[in-house]
Design a protein around this ligand. Structure first.
Ligand code: ADP
Length: 590
């Protein structure tokens, strides 16, 4: 993890070196000041008044120059240091986002979006501070501590050694406390992420919350997360308090040693009074950087707690990756072949005694001819959507294979594979932008004419043009300002623009009323023309014109044929069809 952290310094080497040099100059100036003062007071005032004035004038010029240099260094250390930290933080955010984009659906099944957001937004918050302050503080304070110790040692070796022993003892205690701080900071990060997850869930589901009048329940859940966060913050401040108090005790003990031991040495004539005073001056020069180091330990631990959570994500290998040397998919005709496919979701564990221990997709064979439209029907939970998710490699098959025009989907690049497949689902996701932008999502860089043509083919052009702002109308979060049917047609226009050879329509019209369904159905039929299409539909009336229908039960295709053939066979499909036709128990079907 530390190596990864250091790697973020590499691109910022120029800034890091500038920052370090300025920090070194700063430390040198701070260290030189008491020596100058000592020399000044040592012999100067024994001379004549004119000589004193002349020397004072030169010293004043020297001091002004020194402090001007100090100010310039402070500026560079502060400005460039923060810029360096901010750039590192920004790069980490980008890397984290890129990594999230590499993960397959299984990762998103396992992790809440609130937690993921927290890692990108909150966790890296302290990195900027730590990235530049910690090295800079270590340099400045290290030099100041070592320098002042050497000076102290030359003045009074016994006192300096006594101080070193006490400081070393405290350092061990503080190191141990530092470890404890790391734990509480990590815990604090987790609790923030818990709040984020809770908030995200409640806000995204606000319509459901309100429709069930369950505000009180949500409030209680949020308060519980918030209380956990508060408690962890209290623990954090306790640990920080103990840590800083320990440091306070150290500086107190050091002063007591100087007074007692120093006084004793002066009394015995082994130390001059002026040296004891200089010693006391250096103690503050010794303790101030020590205090800064204590603070830097806190800053570092906070940042590391966040970086650790980022590192967890970066160290997780995406479970679906392109094979080395994977080539682009070449779709010539659009034939799709599922061969003996088995698949299970990671966390699907069927309990002991569970009679049906079959996988979600169980030795499925399914071949779809180029340009053919095949409808999947069957009971809810039978595996229809899962079958479709395996084709674009949202999940990988456990055994068996899926191929398009003879190329195994695992052998080609994911990008080319997914560009060849268009997906329209029941739950349409529109981005919070304009209608035009949402349609253009199907083909980045599409011209206004192409967008309008896609809208026309999706049968939504008249509606868009009737809006005062036409294609520039903002759709709202998740397209909240459009009706279900309108959203669905925007989604269809998007796929028209993408122009894929293969199409998956997963319950695309299930959420719509009859009138919208009819309009959307027409657009879908237009979209499916000339493309290999897999349809999952709730209402069997919408798929009876499919070239073929396959009934999927327990992750297998149990029968297959045209609507008429299946009706004549009198199997599962015929039973479903009769049930829907009679309007009875339709809810059992998916
Ligand atoms: P259908 O589309 O026929 O209704 P699905 O393919 O959606 O069926 O689901 C098949 C089985 O897989 C169900 O038992 C369902 O609970 C389970 N399942 C679906 N999606 C997931 C998921 N993301 N994680 C775990 N289990 C899932």
């Amino acid at each position: 993890m530390f190596k990864r952290f250091l790697s973020y310094y590499e691109p910022q080497m120029g800034l890091f070196v500038t920052d370090t040099v300025c920090a070194l100059v700063l430390a040198a100036i701070d260290l030189a000041f008491p020596i100058i003062l000592r020399n000044l007071t040592g012999g100067l005032f024994t001379q004549g008044q004119a000589a004193i004035m002349q020397a004072l004038g030169m010293i004043a010029v020297g001091l002004v120059l020194m402090y001007a240099a100090r100010c310039a260094c402070r500026y560079f250390v502060s400005y460039w240091g923060h810029v360096m930290g901010a750039r590192m933080e920004s790069k980490m955010r980008e890397d984290l986002f890129d990594q999230y984009e590499r993960f397959s659906f299984a990762y998103f099944d396992r992790n809440s979006s609130g937690d993921m957001m927290s890692r990108v937004v909150n966790d890296l918050f302290d990195i900027c501070e730590a990235a530049h302050h910690v090295p800079e503080w270590i340099i400045i304070c290290g030099i100041e501590i070592i320098g002042s110790f050497v000076i102290l040692f030359t003045i009074a070796p016994v006192l300096a050694l006594a101080m070193a022993v006490v400081t070393a003892a405290f350092a061990v205690i503080m190191f141990w406390q530092n470890m404890r701080m790391r734990e509480v900071f990590s815990d604090n990060r987790k609790k923030i992420s818990g709040i984020n997850a809770q908030l995200q869930d409640s806000l995204a589901g606000m319509r459901v919350v309100k429709s069930f009048a369950n505000e009180e329940t949500e409030r209680a859940k949020f308060r519980a997360s918030n209380d956990r966060y508060l408690l962890s913050k209290e623990n954090m401040y306790h640990a920080m308090g103990v840590y800083t108090a320990t440091y306070g005790l150290l500086s107190g003990v050091l002063y007591v040693i100087v007074v007692l031991l120093g006084g004793w040495l002066v009394a015995k004539g082994q130390l001059q009074a002026v040296d004891m005073a200089t010693f006391a001056l250096y103690i503050s020069l010794f303790c101030t950087p020590l205090e800064t180091l204590v603070n830097s330990a806190e800053t570092y631990q906070k940042a590391i707690a966040g970086f650790k959570r980022m590192d967890e994500v970066l160290s997780t290998a995406p479970d679906i990756q392109d094979k080395p040397g994977a080539t682009d998919l070449q779709v010539t005709a659009g034939a799709v072949e599922y061969h003996d496919v088995c698949f299970n979701y990671e966390d699907v564990e069927l309990g002991e005694g569970y009679a049906d221990e079959r996988p979600v997709i169980d030795h499925m064979d399914l071949s779809i001819k180029p340009g053919q439209t095949i409808a999947l029907v069957g009971p809810s939970g039978g595996g229809k959507s899962t079958t479709c998710s395996l084709l674009p490699r949202f999940y990988d098959v456990a055994t068996g294979s899926i191929s398009i025009d003879g190329q195994d989907v695992r052998d080609v690049t994911q990008q080319s594979l997914r560009r060849a497949i268009g997906l329209v689902q029941q739950d349409v996701y529109l981005f919070d932008g304009t209608i035009g932008e949402n349609i253009a999502y199907g083909k980045p860089g599409a011209t206004a004419e192409e967008i309008a043509e896609a809208a026309r083919r999706a049968n939504i052009d008249a509606f868009i043009e009737s809006l005062p702002q036409g294609y520039d109308t903002v759709v709202g979060e998740r397209g909240s300002r459009l009706s279900g049917g309108q959203k669905q047609r925007v989604a269809i226009a998007r796929v028209f623009l993408k122009n894929p050879k293969i199409l998956i329509l997963d319950e695309a019209t299930s959420a719509l009323d009859n009138e919208s369904e009819e309009a959307v159905q027409e657009s879908l039929e237009e979209l499916a023309r000339g493309r290999t299409t897999i349809i999952i539909a709730h209402r069997l009336s919408t798929i009876k014109h499919a070239d073929e229908i396959a009934t999927v039960e327990h992750g297998r295709v149990v029968e297959r044929g045209t609507h008429e053939e299946l009706l004549a066979r009198g199997g599962t499909y015929a039973r479903y069809y009769r049930m829907q036709f009679e309007g009875a128990r339709a809810h059992e079907l998916d």
